[in-house]
Design a protein around this ligand. Structure first.
Ligand code: NAG
Length: 127
């Protein structure tokens, strides 16, 4: 029985695919409208800068970043607000167009690999 348990554990560890520690969310927006994206972060990173970037993780290009808390920060069509009570940060994007459909990431800047959440944005045309 113990052996079965060990085999089972190894099987779980070997399941291919995404890292179990990284999460992904899907968001739909409408052309001309806006979206609100809420990303969680670990409380140990309360003081670290939070950012939102576009593209695949390895080449993700930064759109907005702040180390301010409880204060809206704006950059073009993007705004970011860090709510330390809830340990979340909110990103809004205004004036959406279909070209905004892409993979984005919410990230926390720290030494070593940055914790991140994948955000899949799909902008559709409202009829
Ligand atoms: C921050 O999060 C808390 C807990 O969810 C909530 O009560 C509060 O309204 C939020 N603050 C803002 C400014 O959104």
């Amino acid at each position: 029985e113990r052996r079965m348990k060990i085999i089972w554990t190894f099987t779980l560890l070997m399941i291919p695919g995404k890292n179990l520690n990284s999460h992904s969310i899907s968001v739909r927006g409408y052309s001309g409208g806006g979206v609100i994206i809420t990303c969680r972060y670990d409380r140990e990173y309360t003081d670290n800068a939070k950012y939102f970037c576009r593209g695949e993780w390895s080449t993700c290009s930064e759109l907005i970043k702040t180390d301010k808390k409880s204060k809206w920060v704006d950059s073009g069509r993007f705004s970011l607000y860090v709510n330390t009570t809830a340990a979340v940060f909110t990103v809004t994007i205004r004036d959406l167009s279909k070209q905004d459909s892409d993979t984005y990431y919410c990230g926390v800047e720290k030494l070593g690999p940055d914790p991140h959440t994948e955000v899949n944005l799909n902008v559709v045309t409202g009829e």
